[in-house]
Design a protein around this ligand. Structure first.
Ligand SMILES: CCCCC[C@H](O)CC(=O)SCCNC(=O)CCNC(=O)[C@H](O)C(C)(C)COP(=O)(O)OP(=O)(O)OC[C@H]1O[C@@H](n2cnc3c(N)ncnc32)[C@H](O)[C@@H]1OP(=O)(O)O
Length: 725
C-alpha cells in the first residue's frame, strides 16, 4: 500500500467471470476516501470488461468493513480534508454505479459489516455471510447518520420498525437474525463464503436467483399512514431519550422523506442531512470520544516498549462486600477462575451470595442461560485463609478504606503469593505507597479502582506509583480489556482522577445551596445538561456515609480548596443518610421515586448558621447556565490540576474518566473537550472573579491561569509537567 494512501481495494477476475473486489484497510477495512475511490475505479473496470459477468465484494482478513473511516469526519471538521460533493459517494457511486449496474453484485460478509460497510452491502443484489458476522448501523452513536443509503435501504430490507430499532439503538444483529429479517440471503461457514458468493452472483446472471434492488423494494414497508404513526412515536421517544441531540431527529427526517416521497428523494435528503450533521458540536464530541476511548490503552513509556501481557490464570479477591463481589462477578463472567477470601463463614457466604445474585439477575432478564450460570459460578471458590493463594497470578484487595488493615493484608500477601503475583488494591482514595509500606514488593503494587457496581460500570482506573513496573500495567490493561472495561492509567494521589474531579462538583453544589440556591433547581439544571442525575440526588444514591468518608480524605489532603459544608453531617446525625434510609435531600417511596422534602430547609439553615454563610441574592436567582458554570468550572479547575501534576498523561484520558466515572455527557466530549469548546479564557475569568468574591474554593490553579491568560487550549499536551508517574 502506498504510504500516502489510506487503504485500497484489489480486484481479481476469475475464470468463472466473477470479479472479486477486496476492501483492504487494516485493522477493520474502514472505507476511507482512498478505498472508496479505488472501489469506484474497480467497478468501472469490471463493468467495462467483457470477461466479467458479475462482481463479489469482500473484505480482507476476515472482516468485511467497519464502515466509513471515522478519522475522515475529524478531518472534514478540522477543514484539513474537503468532503466531496454532497451525495457523491452515496448517490453517484453506491447507487448509480454499483446498485444500478447491468452486472449483479454480491457481498461476501465475514466478521463485521457496520455503518458504511453494511450500507455498501445493502446496495449489492444479495448478501452472503458467515455465522459470526455482526451487521449494524451504529452511526448515531458517533453523532452522524447512515450516509451511504442506510436510511433508505434498511427499512426496505427489514421493515420500518426493525430498521428504526437498529438505527436508533446503534446495536448490531448477528448473521442468523439478519437472515431471518431478510437482510442476509444465506449464512455459510467461512471456508465456503467466497465460493457461495461467486456462485450466487452467477446464479443471478443466469436468473436462477432473483436480482434484487434493495432501494426499489416496497413489500416490507407499512402503508403510509401507519409508517407516519411509527415515525411519530419514534420521534417522541428520541426527544425524550436524547433531548440535547439533533442528529437522531435529522436522521428520522431522511427516513421519513424516503417513505413519503420515494427512495431517490430520500437519498438526496440523507445526503444533505448527512453533510450537515458533521459540523454539529455534539458530533465533534462523540467522534472525539470514539478515538479517546481507544487511546486510553496507549500509555507512553509503557505500551510502546514491546512488552507482552503475561497470562493471568487465576485471581484472588480479598473482601466479598459490594465491591469485591462485583469485581469477582466481572472476572468470572470473562472466564477467570477466582478465589474470594473473607474473614469468616458468614461474610464469605454473603459475598458468594452477592455474586450469585448478580448472575441470577442476568438469568431472570434472559441474558444468561441456567447452564451458563452454573458454569460461571463454578469458577468461584471461597476461602478463609491464604493457603490457596500460592498459585494465584493477581490479587485484588477490596476491603474497607482502613490504612492499617490494608497494610497488614499486603504484608500477608507478600508472604503467601508467588513472586510474580500482581498485588492490586481497589482503594478509591488511599495512597498506594502507604498501603505497600510494609512490603518489599513496590514494583508489583498497583491500584485497580473499579466503580460500583463493578460488574456493570465500564471504567477501570489503573493506578500506578513511581515504583509500579511497566509489565504490571501492561498485564492489568490486558485483564481490563478481557473483562470489557475501559482502563484509564493514572498516577497515585488522593482520589486519583475520577474522585478528584467528582469532589468539587458536589462541593460547589453544597456551596450554592448554603448561599441560597435551590437544590432541586440545581439538580434539574444539571440533569438537563446531560448528567444522569444532579449532585443532590447522587449524594442520596451513594449514601451519606460514603460522602462523609470521601470529604474527610479531601479535607485532610486539600484543605485550602475544600468547602466544608455541614448539610450532610447534620442530616446524618438525624439518621437521614440518603436513599437507603428513604430520606436524604429527597424523600423516597417504596418504588425509590424521589420527591422534594420541605424539611430540607431546616438543615440548610442550620448549616448556614454554623458556617456563617449568608444568603446571596445573586446566587438565589441563578440561571441554568450559571448553575452549570458554577458547578462544572470547579471540576475543570481540578481536572487541570490532575493534568498538570501528570496524574493523567493525556487530557483525553480525563475526558473518558469523566464520561465513564462521573456520567459526564459523552456528546459534550468529556470535561477537557467541553472546557475547550467554551474557552480557557472565559473559564479562567469566571473562576477568578468568583474566587475574589467567594473564596479559595474557586481559585483557578496555576495551569488554568497560565493557559487562560493566553486563551490556550487546556487539552494541549503538558510539556514540562511535574510527572508523578
Ligand atoms: C461522507 C461520509 C458519509 C459516511 C456515511 C457512513 O454511513 C458513516 C459510517 O460508516 S460511520 C462508521 C460506522 N462504523 C462504526 O461506528 C464502527 C466503529 N467501530 C467499532 O465499533 C469497533 O471499532 C469495531 C466493532 C469495528 C471493532 O472493535 P474492536 O474492539 O475489535 O477494536 P477497536 O474498537 O479497538 O478498533 C480497532 C482499531 O480500528 C479503528 N477503527 C474501528 N472502526 C473504525 C472506523 N470505522 N474508522 C476508522 N478507524 C476505525 C479503531 O480506532 C482502532 O484503532 P487503533 O488505532 O486504536 O487500534
Amino acid at each position: 500500500m502506498d504510504s500516502r494512501t489510506k487503504g485500497k481495494t484489489v480486484m481479481e477476475v476469475g475464470g468463472d467471470g466473477v470479479a472479486v473486489i477486496t476492501l483492504i484497510n487494516p485493522p477493520v477495512n474502514s472505507l476511507s476516501f482512498d478505498v472508496l475511490y479505488n472501489l469506484k475505479s474497480n467497478y468501472e473496470e469490471a463493468l467495462s470488461r467483457n470477461d466479467v459477468k458479475a462482481i463479489v465484494i469482500t473484505g480482507a482478513k476476515g472482516k468485511f468493513s467497519g464502515g466509513f473511516d471515522i478519522s475522515g469526519f475529524s478531518e472534514i471538521q478540522k477543514g484539513t480534508m474537503k468532503e466531496p460533493k454532497v451525495g457523491f459517494i452515496s448517490i453517484d457511486i453506491i447507487t448509480d454505479l454499483l446498485e444500478a449496474a447491468r452486472k449483479p453484485s454480491v457481498a461476501a460478509i465475514d466478521g463485521l459489516a457496520l455503518g458504511g460497510g453494511l450500507e455498501l452491502s445493502m446496495a449489492c443484489h444479495a448478501r452472503i455471510s458467515t455465522p459470526g458476522a455482526q451487521l449494524g448501523l451504529p452511526e448515531l452513536q458517533l453523532g452522524v447518520i447512515p450516509g451511504f443509503g442506510g436510511t433508505q435501504r434498511l427499512p426496505r430490507l427489514v421493515g420500518l420498525t426493525k430498521a428504526l430499532e437498529m438505527i436508533l439503538t446503534s446495536k448490531p444483529v448477528r448473521a442468523e437474525e439478519g437472515h431471518s429479517l431478510g437482510l442476509i440471503d444465506a449464512v455459510v461457514p467461512s471456508a465456503e463464503l467466497l465460493t457461495t458468493a461467486r456462485r450466487w452472483a452467477l446464479d443471478i446472471v443466469e436468473r436462477r436467483k432473483p436480482w434484487i434492488t434493495s432501494l426499489l423494494k416496497t413489500d416490507k414497508l407499512p402503508p403510509l399512514g401507519e409508517a407516519r404513526e411509527i415515525l411519530k412515536f419514534a420521534r417522541g421517544q428520541t426527544r425524550k431519550q436524547a433531548p440535547n441531540m439533533k442528529h437522531p431527529l435529522m436522521c428520522l427526517d431522511a427516513l421519513e422523506m424516503g417513505i413519503v416521497s420515494g427512495p431517490r428523494v430520500g437519498l438526496e435528503k440523507e445526503a444533505e442531512v448527512g453533510s450537515q450533521v458533521i459540523s454539529l458540536d455534539t458530533t465533534k464530541g462523540l467522534i472525539h470520544v470514539f478515538f479517546s476511548q481507544r487511546g486510553t490503552v496507549k500509555v507512553p513509556g509503557v505500551t510502546d516498549r514491546g512488552l507482552m501481557p503475561r497470562k493471568i490464570k487465576k485471581v484472588a479477591i480479598i473482601g466479598g462486600g459490594l465491591m469485591g463481589s462485583g469485581i469477582a462477578t466481572a472476572l468470572i463472567l470473562s472466564n477467570y477462575p477466582v478465589i474470594l477470601k473473607e474473614v469468616n463463614e458468614k461474610f464469605l457466604e454473603a459475598g458468594i451470595g452477592r455474586v450469585k445474585a448478580n448472575l441470577q439477575s442476568r438469568v431472570r432478564k434472559g441474558s444468561m442461560s441456567k447452564e451458563k450460570f452454573e458454569k460461571t459460578m463454578s469458577l468461584l471458590k471461597g476461602s478463609l485463609d491464604y493457603e490457596s493463594f500460592r498459585d494465584v497470578d493477581m490479587v485484588i484487595e477490596a476491603v474497607i478504606e482502613n490504612i492499617s488493615l490494608k497494610q497488614q493484608i499486603f504484608a500477608d500477601l507478600e508472604k503467601y503469593c508467588p513472586q510474580h503475583c500482581i498485588l492490586a488494591s481497589n482503594t478509591s482514595t488511599i495512597d498506594l505507597n502507604k498501603i505497600g509500606e510494609r512490603t518489599k514488593s513496590q514494583d508489583r503494587i498497583v491500584g485497580a479502582h473499579f466503580f460500583s457496581p463493578a460488574h456493570v460500570m465500564p471504567l477501570l482506573e489503573i493506578v500506578r506509583t513511581n515504583h509500579t513496573s511497566a509489565q504490571v500495567i501492561v498485564d492489568l490493561l490486558d485483564v481490563g480489556k478481557k473483562i470489557k472495561k475501559t482502563p484509564v492509567v493514572v498516577g497515585n494521589c488522593t482520589g486519583f482522577a475520577v474522585n478528584r474531579m467528582f469532589f468539587p462538583y458536589t462541593q460547589a453544589a453544597m456551596f450554592l445551596v448554603e448561599r441560597g440556591a435551590d437544590p432541586y433547581l440545581i439538580d434539574s439544571a444539571v440533569s438537563k445538561f446531560g448528567m444522569p442525575m444532579g449532585p443532590f440526588r447522587l449524594c442520596d444514591l451513594v449514601g451519606f456515609g460514603v460522602a462523609i468518608a470521601t470529604a474527610t480524605q479531601f479535607i485532610e489532603n486539600f484543605p485550602e480548596r475544600t468547602y466544608k459544608s455541614m448539610i450532610i453531617p447534620l442530616m446524618q446525625e438525624d439518621k437521614r443518610a440518603g436513599e437507603a434510609t428513604r430520606k436524604g435531600f429527597y424523600l423516597y417511596d417504596d418504588k425509590r421515586k424521589a420527591k422534594p422534602d420541605p424539611e430540607l430547609k431546616k438543615y440548610i439553615e442550620k448549616a448556614r448558621s454554623i458556617s456563617g454563610a449568608n444568603v446571596d441574592p445573586k446566587l438565589v436567582k441563578l440561571s441554568e447556565k450559571e448553575i452549570i458554570e458554577m458547578t462544572f468550572f470547579p471540576v475543570v479547575n481540578e481536572a487541570c490540576r490532575v493534568f498538570a501534576e501528570g496524574i493523567a498523561v493525556k487530557a483525553a484520558d480525563l475526558d473518558i474518566a469523566a464520561i465513564m466515572g462521573m456520567g459526564f455527557p459523552p456528546y459534550r466530549g468529556g470535561i477537557m473537550f467541553w472546557a475547550d469548546s467554551i474557552g480557557s479564557k472565559y473559564i479562567y475569568s469566571r473562576l477568578d472573579e468568583w474566587s475574589k468574591t467567594y473564596g479559595d474554593f474557586f481559585k483557578p490553579c496555576a495551569f488554568l491561569a497560565e493557559r487562560g491568560s493566553k486563551g490556550a487550549p487546556l487539552s494541549a499536551p503538558v510539556e514540562q509537567a511535574r510527572s508523578r508517574l
